[in-house]
Design a protein around this ligand. Structure first.
Ligand SMILES: [Zn+2]
Length: 345
């Protein structure tokens, strides 16, 4: 269809009549309809024909636009557009700057995950389902256990990556307990590009809910010489046939790995938080630096995704639901692949 419209547009150009397209067939360049935007960003649009107002909710922001007006209200802010919102054949049409003002330059169209998969830049990912065995993780509403929720989601994420041609290594693919040290050791093997740890959150207050994603913050002195970190460095050095007994060489390797990790982890974390919150959809509690063991002791770009709160009644029931788990898993896979495409990972 897109190809058909594109060739039609070319024909119109060649015929010298591009300035008089059939009404409703081609919109002026850059304009977008409410329907297109809502489909593109997977959000709900509500149209009120009495007040001629369209309302969208996107990442906790409510966006209101009035037909005939060039002002749009985004949360508590009012933004002036280059032209008024108007209606054409029943559709609500926005001027070209509306999409950017509302959805922001950092937001990438959803389809770009396909380009990320096709780029072939992401070859191998380690998926880490948190906790397991004797360690149930957080226990939530009606005894819902974090370890069970995250293992199922991790398996779904694995399937998603494999479908995109990415090799997946699971730190655990069973009920068995595995130490944090072993998880980071598994991530320290040849050609692993990325480490994605999957957890579910808990809070004393039942009302707290939403998505959080973490990445490793700055390392302090003790972190740098932490036993597991040194063991993983040694392993990496030997994998690449580098001598690990020369302190300077080890320090340089470590700094290089850390710089590489830091170059990508925060952006990846932000992309996953946004992608998940938008597509699942749940509240985005943000992307944050943290000193979690598996983040500071892995030597490759790494994120830890908190998929929701097992202590929140609404999210606990969602986290039990197979469809919701599948949506979460797909959103994780797509957000990572989209990031790979836009970041030059
Ligand atoms: Zn956890």
């Amino acid at each position: 269809m897109v190809r058909y419209l594109a060739s039609l547009f070319v024909l119109l150009l060649l015929a010298g009549c591009a300035s008089v397209p059939k009404p409703g067939l081609l919109q002026p360049a850059g304009e977008s309809s409410a329907q297109e935007l809502c489909r593109k960003y997977n959000i709900e649009c509500r149209w009120d024909s009495v007040s001629q107002t369209i309302t969208m909710v996107y990442m906790d922001k409510t966006i209101k636009a009035l037909v005939g007006s060039d002002m749009v209200v985004i949360g508590k802010n009012r933004i002036a557009l280059s032209a008024s919102v108007y209606r054409k054949r029943g559709a609500v049409i926005f001027p070209p700057d509306f999409e950017r003002a509302v959805f922001g330059p950092a937001v990438v169209p959803q389809e770009d995950y396909v380009k990320g998969a096709q780029s072939g830049r992401l070859k191998k990912v380690v998926i880490d389902a948190g906790h397991g065995g004797k360690d149930p993780g957080a226990i939530g509403v009606a005894g819902l256990k974090e370890k069970d929720v995250v293992l199922d989601i991790a398996r779904r994420v694995k399937k998603g990556f494999e479908a995109a041609g990415v090799v997946v290594v699971m730190t655990r693919d069973s009920e068995d307990f595995i130490t944090l040290a072993d998880r980071t050791s598994i991530a320290s093997q040849p050609d692993v590009d990325l480490f994605v740890s999957i957890h579910a959150n808990a809070n004393k207050s039942r009302g707290v809910n939403g998505i959080e994603v973490y990445y490793a913050g700055a390392l302090n002195r003790d972190d740098r010489s932490e036993d597991q970190r040194l063991a993983n460095q040694k392993k990496i050095c030997s994998l690449y046939n580098m001598r690990s007994d020369i302190p300077d060489l080890r320090a340089i390797t470590s700094d290089m790995l850390y710089a590489y990790k830091r170059a990508f982890s925060p952006g990846l974390s932000e992309a996953v938080a946004r992608g998940l919150a938008r597509e699942v959809p749940r509240q985005n509690r943000g992307s944050k630096p943290e000193r979690f063991f598996v983040l500071r002791n892995t030597l490759i770009p790494a994120v830890l995704v908190e998929v929701g709160f097992v202590t929140n009644p609404k999210e606990a029931s969602l986290l039990k639901d197979n469809d919701f788990r599948q949506r979460l898993a797909e959103a994780i896979t797509k957000s990572v692949l989209r990031f790979v495409y836009v970041s030059g990972f």
